[in-house]
Design a protein around this ligand. Structure first.
Ligand SMILES: Nc1ncnc2c1ncn2[C@@H]1O[C@H](COP(=O)(O)OP(=O)(O)OP(=O)(O)O)[C@@H](O)[C@H]1O
Ligand SMILES: [Mg+2]
Length: 432
């Protein structure tokens, strides 16, 4: 970023300013120490000379013997050395106090989400979540506010994702889709309402049982340093190579995986830096597929895929998954087939239903669909129609030119659906 925006000079100046501040601080404390050391030595040596001088006179006068003077000198040296050490301790004390304060702040942090194991007063949920049986997920009047935020991010969200169905969540950027998904594995706890999975309140389930019951593909595809195999086995440590290849095939990774001579042993850089965005996304999907779970959560997990791969992947997923699936998607084409579509607008669930129902009943959903199809039609230089007034959605790998300004009626929708209107921002990045 710094090189791309030619900010090297600015960053060098920023670093130099911070460095100069640190150097000045260190110089100040070093000068203080350098000044104090001779002072201490002066006091120690003057004291020794004074003791010898007074002691010598007293010995000469016969008031004191030599052994007493030697003992006195040894004692006074010990006292002065102890004073010297305490001066050093006093000098380092402010730095230690600041460090202690920071460590204490970390130790004092109360986790905002507590497992039911840590809350014995909570009733343990009966039975187990059966990994082989799809689970029903229900939100009942769920609201959520980030600590310190003025307005809630989610308000009064209620829906039921029936067992074995696919539920899609659409909405503008910042409407709360990721926040909603994060409530399910209890990365966050709702501030209002309750969430149930297979009839159990998620707060009654221990974390391990709750999180074992779901496979998650997060919005930001993150891979760890290691090999592709290591990364995939995070979800299923005991998986065989055949199982890994099967998941990779379902996730449509074979085009680029077959080009890798080391296959599963191919090293992955930190954060997956050696792979393209689309390749990372598909590996994250394969990782999630390895876990046989009653619930799958996909947070905008198809955004870096081209239309063709996206279609093949969703087709393969539909065949491979019998579980309950929650998909956050930016493309209407990705949610058309969902059994239930939730439309989020500014943290509120403004509509829910199937694609056809929503086109008839929800103005917000129509705006999303129309802004998308209008853009697609303009890009392709033609307009198809589905008979319901919405043109055929056909994402392509490249957009030749940005769309012309829309009429005022669509301007608001376009602002709110920035990512939907232009796949250039999140378009294909893959080579495989
Ligand atoms: N950790 C946080 N602390 C405070 N506010 C947050 C935090 N994370 C998200 N938000 C706010 O919550 C709102 C919803 O964010 P969220 O990430 O859920 O949106 P989203 O619908 O997933 O957006 P996108 O489509 O860009 O992924 C945003 O206004 C965001 O600024
Ligand atoms: Mg998000």
């Amino acid at each position: 970023m710094i090189r791309a925006f030619v900010r090297q000079g600015h960053e060098v100046r920023r670093f130099a300013a911070t460095n100069a501040g640190l150097t000045a601080n260190n110089l100040q404390s070093a000068l203080l120490v350098a000044g104090m050391l001779p002072m201490i030595m002066l006091v120690v040596n003057t004291s020794s000379v004074a003791v010898v001088w007074f002691g010598g006179h007293r010995i000469q006068a016969g008031l004191m013997n030599l052994g007493a003077l030697t003992a006195f000198i040894a004692y006074i040296m010990q006292i002065l050395l102890a004073i010297m050490m305490s001066m050093y301790v006093l000098m380092t004390a402010p730095r230690a106090a600041v460090c202690a304060e920071r460590i204490q702040a970390v130790l004092d942090t109360e986790p905002s989400v507590r497992s039911s194991v840590q809350q014995p007063h909570l009733r343990p949920a009966p039975g187990r979540l059966d990994p082989a049986r799809p689970a029903t997920l229900a939100f009942q009047g769920v609201g959520f506010s980030y600590p310190g935020a003025e307005a809630p991010v989610l308000a009064d969200v209620s829906f039921t994702a029936a067992s074995g169905t696919t539920t899609a969540i659409v909405g503008s950027t910042g409407s709360g889709k990721t926040t909603l998904l994060n409530l399910i594995p209890r990365f966050l706890d709702p501030t209002k309402g309750r969430i149930t999975l297979a009839g159990h309140d998620v707060r009654d389930l221990p974390w391990t049982r709750l999180r074992e019951a779901m496979a998650i593909v997060p919005q930001h595809s993150h891979l760890f340093t290691g090999t592709i195999g290591d990364n995939l086995r995070m979800a299923a440590p005991a998986a065989t190579d055949d199982e890994l290849w099967a998941a990779l095939e379902t996730a449509q990774t074979m085009r680029f995986m077959s080009d890798l001579p080391l296959g599963l042993a191919t090293p992955v850089g930190q954060g997956g830096a050696s792979l393209s965005g689309g390749q990372r996304q598909r590996l994250c999907i394969a990782r999630a597929l390895l876990r046989k779970a009653p619930l799958y959560l996909f947070d905008d997990s198809f955004s870096a895929l081209d239309y063709d791969t996206d279609t093949r992947l969703r087709h393969a997923l539909a065949q491979a998954l019998t579980a309950t699936v929650i998909i956050v998607a930016e493309r209407i084409s990705a949610v058309e087939d969902a059994d239930l579509i939730l439309v989020l607008d500014d943290g509120r669930l403004v509509a829910q239903g199937t694609h056809r129902e929503l086109l008839e009943t929800s103005a917000t959903y129509r705006e999303i669909a129309e802004s998308r199809s209008r853009w697609t039609a303009r890009r392709d230089g033609r307009g198809g129609s589905r008979g319901n007034g919405v043109q055929v959605l056909a994402d392509g790998p490249k957009a030749p030119s940005p769309p012309a300004p829309l009429p005022a009626a669509h301007a608001r929708s376009r602002r709110r659906h920035l990512r939907l209107r232009s796949p250039q921002c999140c378009g294909p990045q893959i080579s495989g």
